[in-house]
Design a protein around this ligand. Structure first.
Ligand SMILES: N[C@@H](CCC(=O)N[C@@H](CS)C(=O)NCC(=O)O)C(=O)O
Length: 76
C-alpha cells in the first residue's frame, strides 16, 4: 500500500499521524505541493481532484484523508 502526499501539507500530515497511530504498513510516494505536483499527470491519474493525499492499493485508488484513514484501519 502506498500513500501519495507532500508531508508538509496538513491533510497529508493528518494521514501520516493516523497511520502511525494504528501501526499501518505502507510506503510513501512524495510529491511537491510547492511545485504544484498535485496537478501533475502522474498524480491526477490517481486523484482527479488534484489534492493531497491519495492512496494506491494494487488496482484500487482512494483520496480524501478521512476515507484513507478509515480504509487503512479496516485493511491493516
Ligand atoms: N478534503 C480533502 C482536502 C485535501 C486538500 O485540500 N489537500 C491540499 C493540501 S492539505 C491540497 O493538496 N490542495 C490542492 C491545491 O491547493 O492545489 C482531504 O481531506 O483529503
Amino acid at each position: 500500500m502506498e500513500v501519495l502526499l507532500d508531508p508538509r501539507t496538513v491533510n497529508s500530515r493528518k494521514v501520516l499521524a493516523g497511520l502511525k497511530l494504528i501501526g499501518a504498513d505502507y510506503s510513501i510516494r512524495k510529491f511537491d505541493y510547492f511545485q504544484a505536483e498535485q496537478k501533475s499527470e502522474e498524480f491526477v491519474k490517481i486523484n482527479p481532484n488534484a489534492a493531497f493525499p491519495a492512496l494506491v492499493d494494487g488496482d484500487f485508488t482512494l483520496w480524501e484523508s478521512n476515507a484513507i484513514l478509515q480504509y487503512m484501519q479496516q485493511r491493516k
